[in-house]
Design a protein around this ligand. Structure first.
Ligand code: ZN
Length: 154
């Protein structure tokens, strides 16, 4: 297990655009493993993007409760509808707010074996895919919040 430090808002790396992964080598596979461990050790996170661990590469890990999805070079290829969801972010602790996102998205990506795959997301998975892909473009969710909310911490 290797848990990496999660970069917090204020660090300029979170505002930069991440680069495409050209070759899935052992460094990329180690990064995927570490991102998984870091996500699961966070307690309440459902997704993590590589810039959040200080690496400007287009890599995302997500688990909304249906198992881990590892996405390399993810691209939204279809989106429709609209939903409102309260979002939070491991890089902006304690801040929650409502964001409008598509109700359904389809994302193309490479898996860790370099195989081209597609995932369709609705509800929380659609939100999470959009939120994490925004991180790869240097966009934080609080820029998109239309209403901040108080959420009780356990
Ligand atoms: Zn986030």
């Amino acid at each position: 297990m290797a848990i990496r430090n999660i970069v917090k808002k204020g660090d300029e790396i979170l505002t930069k655009r991440s680069k495409e992964v050209k070759e899935i080598n052992s460094k990329i596979l180690d990064l995927l493993d570490d991102m998984r461990d870091t996500l699961y050790s966070s307690g309440n996170g459902v997704g993590l993007a590589a810039p959040q661990v200080g690496i400007l590469k287009r890599i995302v890990v997500i688990d909304v409760g249906d198992g881990l999805i590892e996405l390399i070079n993810p691209v939204i290829v279809e989106q429709e509808g609209e939903q409102d969801h309260v979002e939070g972010c491991l890089s902006i602790p304690g801040v929650y707010g409502k964001v409008k996102r598509p109700a359904r998205v389809v994302v193309e990506y490479l898996d860790r074996n370099g195989k081209k795959r597609k995932v369709e997301g609705t509800d929380l998975l659609a939100v999470c895919l959009c939120h994490e892909i925004d991180h790869l473009d240097g966009i934080l969710f609080d820029q998109k919040v239309y209403e901040f909310v108080d959420v009780e911490n356990e």
